[in-house]
Design a protein around this ligand. Structure first.
Ligand SMILES: *[C@@H]1O[C@H](CO)[C@@H](O)[C@H](O)[C@H]1NC(C)=O
Ligand SMILES: *[C@@H]1O[C@H](CO)[C@@H](O)[C@H](O)[C@H]1NC(C)=O
Ligand SMILES: *[C@@H]1O[C@H](CO)[C@@H](O)[C@H](O)[C@H]1NC(C)=O
Ligand SMILES: *[C@@H]1O[C@H](CO)[C@@H](O)[C@H](O)[C@H]1NC(C)=O
Ligand SMILES: *[C@@H]1O[C@H](CO)[C@@H](O)[C@H](O)[C@H]1NC(C)=O
Ligand SMILES: *[C@@H]1O[C@H](CO)[C@@H](O)[C@H](O)[C@H]1NC(C)=O
Ligand SMILES: *[C@@H]1O[C@H](CO)[C@@H](O)[C@H](O)[C@H]1NC(C)=O
Ligand SMILES: *[C@@H]1O[C@H](CO)[C@@H](O)[C@H](O)[C@H]1NC(C)=O
Ligand SMILES: *[C@@H]1O[C@H](CO)[C@@H](O)[C@H](O)[C@H]1NC(C)=O
Ligand SMILES: *[C@@H]1O[C@H](CO)[C@@H](O)[C@H](O)[C@H]1NC(C)=O
Length: 626
């Protein structure tokens, strides 16, 4: 009898633990249950005697994994009775008000939860299972499932799958990979780097190509994973059959859920999530255009519009955006005792420390909101201005110091916006030379960063950036402070690789001609001494292949994104030797296929793919089954 009641107790506590195991119930902050969902209210709705009929449930958006550690990784899926998203509005009280699709009324009690099993195995047949569990999901969290697979081996490939409890209604099979232990010697890591995937501007072919090539270990997304606009405000979705839903500018929780869900129907995006673990951060458009601590270009906040819980103070629109992002992205919740933190770092063997910043939402001083551009030019040199806020800045500098101390070969810094000074005067013929929304608008923060690197002789720094819809490759220099020689690279302390958009248009004109784009690139390259390669024409991405002695960046340009295809052109390649802190000379091997290369040449392409020379990867038939 005693044994039996112990069993019952274990079972009960085990079941309770399963609820908390779906990280999304406590999203977006473990430290602020009031911002999450009240689990006991969800548990009360569970009736084990009448579970969902598995046949009525679908995996609506594939599977995903992310934020790999040496012994664990985040797994994601969505399984529910409808591909439409949930219309609950979660308030600070953690209580979800629900829309009942049957009665077409808002009700205060949502539907019963769905029971989901997951398994992680070393083989594709899922026979050698190394971790498994049972969790619940429900309408409160838009039927998303996010769990942490644990007890894994470092730098190992795993396969994972979800199933509706006790049924063979299974999800697609996902593949993922843990990172090496911090003190492991690793010889080679490959990552694909992305930004600015804009659904109504084109197909996400860029996500699919590394899947087809199986060319990398991990994926980094530097933000602008979605855009908040109505199609008519920014996009030509009508002409290519990609109008993002809801077809309006997004504000509510439902809107943000629906928008991410629409993007997640792109087959190449789904394939990338299914095959590679992602390490994403948001830029501004995951919330709204040009966001900063207190608002955005489209929103002037007042004290009243802020939700408050403990140290968190956030406007309702940002809260909706952040909640949907955490529900849908395979990321961890880092310690979040404050402003909805996403910045975090990864130690990848002795080879890499990857530092992912939030230069947008967290605690950024005021930015260019279009009506205040003149004011921005008055204040951009103020010492008090910060892109990150003091807490993140201190963490950033300590992380860099600690990384150098532990002897990690490379420090790779994922920044949303371009770090290097870019003087735009001659290309724009403008008298306001710098982009106030990039690091150029926050010079004190940039100087503090450079000062730390130079003062402590911290080398092998590789900055990554997105946001700009163009490619910029620079030696990392402190202009006006440290001498720099562009022909040798002497004086530089690293390299910046900034990449083009997956599909967002060229900033010098949508559908610009190759010749016109190259003309602008030549002007930009020649008037910025540390900028060695600039390209405006191609939408695309780049891969980093990181070794102990050398790091390579390979840039790929997509000939067209107005329809789904697997074509790409290898437009430029760069190397950095460990210890040299500059682009290897001759930069780009002396030749690129697009844009403008300092001291180098361009092989003229006409923007189309020569299908004879192996630069395309799959036939249209293969694409159909991906
Ligand atoms: C689930 O997906 C199948 C196949 O796509 C479809 O026929 C079915 O209607 C879907 N069920 C629901 C409840 O959406
Ligand atoms: C949720 O909020 C949106 C606008 O933010 C509103 O239109 C809708 O009626 C709200 N739904 C509920 C159930 O309160
Ligand atoms: C915000 O305030 C400024 C200055 O008063 C004004 O020019 C701008 O139009 C306002 N923006 C919005 C979205 O209300
Ligand atoms: C930008 O370049 C122009 C000349 O093209 C120069 O007059 C101006 O001083 C430069 N501005 C900065 C901030 O470097
Ligand atoms: C940043 O450093 C540059 C070069 O020394 C200097 O010209 C500029 O005034 C500095 N700005 C700030 C805000 O520290
Ligand atoms: C840069 O270095 C090269 C090679 O050492 C040298 O010839 C050139 O004079 C240097 N340029 C400047 C501006 O110092
Ligand atoms: C650019 O191309 C797209 C897709 O073909 C088209 O819908 C759009 O109208 C074009 N825009 C301009 C400004 O020419
Ligand atoms: C590019 O620049 C060249 C030389 O300045 C000029 O002759 C040509 O017309 C320009 N082409 C375009 C498309 O702007
Ligand atoms: C870049 O490297 C790839 C693979 O090594 C090669 O096929 C391509 O031609 C290179 N591109 C350029 C512009 O050098
Ligand atoms: C581009 O060049 C390829 C060969 O390199 C050629 O087959 C194709 O016809 C050209 N396309 C255009 C639009 O000129």
């Amino acid at each position: 009898m005693k044994g039996q009641s112990l069993l019952v107790l274990l079972f009960v506590s085990g079941v309770y633990a399963n609820w908390a195991k779906n990280i999304n119930y406590r999203s977006p902050s473990e430290h602020h249950p009031a911002l999450g969902i009240s689990i006991h209210k969800v548990v009360k709705r569970n009736d084990p005697t009448s579970p969902w009929d598995p046949a009525t449930l679908n995996y609506t958006h594939g599977v995903a994994s992310g934020d790999p550690y040496p012994d664990s990784v985040i797994l994601w899926t969505r399984v529910g009775p409808s591909s439409d998203n949930d219309r609950s509005n979660v308030t600070v009280s953690g209580y979800a008000k629900l829309y009942d699709h049957d009665t077409e009324e808002y009700v205060s009690i949502s539907k019963a939860p769905v029971c989901v099993e997951y398994a992680v195995a070393t083989d594709e047949g899922c026979e050698n299972v190394v971790d498994s569990g049972i969790v619940y999901t429900s309408s409160d969290i838009d039927y998303t499932v996010k769990v942490e697979a644990k007890g894994l081996q470092p730098f190992t490939t795993y396969y994972y799958q979800f199933a509706v409890c006790g049924s063979d209604n299974k999800s697609p099979l996902g593949r993922t990979k843990t990172t090496p232990n911090a003190d492991d010697d690793v010889t080679k890591i490959g990552v694909a780097v992305y930004s600015c995937s804009n659904y109504p501007f084109g197909f996400f072919n860029a996500f699919g190509n590394p899947v087809r090539k199986d060319s990398v270990d991990y994926v980094i997304h530097l933000g602008d994973y979605i855009y908040e606009y109505a199609n008519g405000e920014y996009g030509w979705g009508q002409s290519i059959g990609r109008v993002p839903l809801p077809d309006k500018q997004i504000y509510s929780l439902y809107d943000y859920r629906k928008r991410i869900a629409t993007y997640r129907t792109d087959l190449d995006l789904v394939a990338s999530h299914q095959q590679f673990p992602w390490i994403p951060v948001w830029d501004d458009h995951e919330v709204a255009d040009n966001t900063y601590r207190d608002g955005s270009s489209e929103l002037n906040n007042t004290e009243d519009s802020f939700l408050k819980d403990g140290g968190v103070s956030v406007d309702q629109r940002k809260m909706n955006a952040v909640r949907a992002y955490f529900e849908w992205m395979p990321i961890r919740q880092v310690e979040m005792d404050d402003n909805l933190r996403i910045w975090r770092s990864f130690s990848i063997g002795k080879l890499i420390d990857l530092v992912m910043l939030d230069t947008r939402q967290y605690d950024r001083s005021i930015t260019d909101l279009y009506w205040n551009t003149d004011y921005m030019h008055d204040i951009y040199q103020d010492a008090s201005r910060s892109l990150m806020g003091s807490r993140q800045e201190n963490w950033f500098y300590n992380t860099l110091l600690h990384s150098a101390k532990r002897g990690a070969t490379w420090r790779i810094i994922g920044s949303q916006i371009v770090f290097s000074r870019i003087n735009l005067t001659s290309a724009y013929n403008a008298d306001l030379p710098l982009n106030m929304d990039a690091w150029d608008g926050y010079q004190a923060n940039r100087n503090r960063t450079l000062n730390l690197l130079y003062t402590h002789s911290i080398g092998n720094n590789i900055f990554l950036a997105g946001d700009s819809h163009a490619s910029w490759v620079s030696d990392l220099v402190w202009l006006g402070e440290k001498p720099y020689n562009a022909s040798t690279g002497r004086g530089s302390i690293g390299v910046e690789f900034a990449g083009s958009a997956v599909s967002s248009p060229c900033p010098f004109g949508a559908n610009i001609s190759l010749a016109a784009a190259n003309n602008y690139s030549a002007i930009l390259e020649s008037t910025n001494e540390q900028l060695h390669w600039q390209d405006l024409y191609y939408r695309g991405y780049y891969e980093l292949h990181i070794g102990k002695e050398e790091l390579e960046a390979r840039y790929f340009g997509l000939p067209t994104v107005v329809r789904r295809n697997g074509w790409e052109i290898p437009i430029a390649n760069f190397s950095v030797r460990a210890g040299e802190n500059r682009l290897l000379r001759p930069v780009g091997g002396g030749v690129v296929e697009s844009g403008s290369l300092k001291f180098g040449n361009r092989v003229e392409t006409n923007g189309t793919v020569d299908t004879e020379d192996g630069r395309w990867f799959v036939s249209q038939e293969d694409l159909a089954v991906l």
